[in-house]
Design a protein. Structure first.
Length: 112
């Protein structure tokens, strides 16, 4: 896992970006180096987000359904084993924020 919104590495080697959310990025990431204002560039927040995401997903079998592509990654709506949306769980845990444009694009619905 690179950061809280992706890429997640699946058993079959596919890189997946979690749909509809944006996690803080490391200062060394391409968007941060380019000073893209759509990104939160903070190493401490990115590390914290990464730890939270790891607790949610590592060692668990997620159900991920592709909804699009972003660069060389599949964008997917993923569900945790307990049935919760991974996107919503990341938001609730403070690891990511809802990225409204993509939330609407991928028809994410409401978090419960």
């Amino acid at each position: 896992m690179h950061d809280a919104d992706g890429p997640l590495w699946c058993r079959n080697g596919i890189k997946v970006r979690v749909a509809g959310v944006q996690a803080p990025d490391f200062q060394s990431s391409a968007p941060c180096r380019l000073h893209d204002l759509n990104y939160v560039c903070d190493d401490a927040k990115a590390r914290a987000s990464q730890r939270i995401a790891a607790r949610l997903v590592l060692g668990k079998a997620l159900n991920c359904r592709p909804v699009g592509r972003s660069y060389q990654r599949v964008v997917a709506r993923c569900t945790l084993p307990d049935g919760r949306s991974l996107s919503c769980a990341l938001i609730a845990a403070g690891a990511a924020s809802r990225w409204d444009n993509y939330w609407r694009r991928y028809k994410m619905g409401e978090c419960r």
